[in-house]
Write a protein that binds this ligand. Sequence first.
Ligand code: ATP
Ligand code: MG
Length: 419
Amino acid sequence: MKISAPKGTRDILPAEMYKWHRAAKTFADVCHMYGYEEIRIPTFEDTNLFQRGVGDTTDVVQKEMYTFDDKGGRSITLRPEGTAGVVRSFIENGMTSMPSPVRMFYDITAFRYENVQKGRYREFHQFGLEAFGSEGPKIDVEIISIVNVFFNKMGLKHIALHINSIGCPKCRAAYNEILKDHFRPHMDSMCDDCKNRFERNPLRMIDCKADAEKDIVKNAPRLIDHLCDECREHFEGVKKGLEQIGIDYTIDPNIVRGLDYYTRTVFEFVSENVGTQGTICGGGRYDGLVESVGGPHVPGIGFAMGVERFLMEAEAQEVPFEKPDYVKVYFAGMSDAASAFVAKTCYELRSEGVGCEQDLCGRAFRAQMKYAGKAGIPYLVVVGDDELASGKVKVKKMEDGSETEVAVSELVSYCKNNL
Ligand code: ATP
Ligand code: MG
């Protein structure tokens, strides 16, 4: 029986792993520079967390969650995103009493039962962060700038930033009535999901994928035109802050974001290259979320970036990724005595932080050389009985064939300092 990987999952093979490492390290470095520290949260959580923390009118909760009962009869869900888990941890570990803002980043897998297509998988990866305890627009600007610095450091060219404000419960309640008045006469033509959303969360109707092309959706009143004074002022602050540091943006009144808990600022980084799955990164403010998951009132904001989509964009932009030479030098041994020397030298070199390889398959000398060439190892040292007798070996640079003679007693320090 042939067993394949489950639909919507992908193997990330060793040949491409270095790109993931570089992206993850760059993201961590950028977050650290801004004062964020990493958090690791569980892969699965109590299903209730996502129902409360993501919102039970969202597609994610209604259609996409991997939920099952464990052997103890608990309802468990594989995390469809990171924010809810981080918020749970923030409350559970008493971080609400730490000095604000409390800022954390993460690098996770996430699971959603999706219609699989390019850039849309059932298991995927996210880099994300959350910042708690800061209400003003400065932190909104900070987290948006983190994404830009990350893109810059990775060598990506401009990716469009779209921003919007979806207000607070106060202005949204008033707006929902306006929106319902707009849609009410046309409900017959709307999809079943929208019929359901009409009462429970009419704002979602604007985000509907099935009805998106209908004029009634396109001409819907815009929340951004109905913000309360505080929310309008906050949004002005975000725009001004972005302008102050020179970050371009477009206002897109149609960004609603897939998850229920957002308030005020919402934003997306959108590419033209990733096809219909153009959103590389999405985020926003969630001032009511900590409370709705059982904590005190603490404002929060965050984003999550799809790593697969980010890497697709990097590839589309032909961003160069240099594969590091993890292994610097290959030792070809020509006799039993030589291979004993090689084994000891390799062990010492690795302890000194120099990557090296020796034959592990009993290959003849020529086959060892062939292997080293195919593996692209940049330096070669041939060790035979002659070399051991003379106490000298030649370190050959494969790129140009140049050789340097090194005393056997100096070999480890030479490799450490020169390769
Ligand atoms: P979309 O509208 O594309 O479904 P979303 O609003 O559901 O996105 P978020 O929940 O905001 O996405 O997740 C943040 C980011 O994670 C997205 O911008 C995207 O880059 C990535 N992402 C979301 N779902 C998937 C998926 N199924 N496969 C790969 N990446 C995904
Ligand atoms: Mg989605």
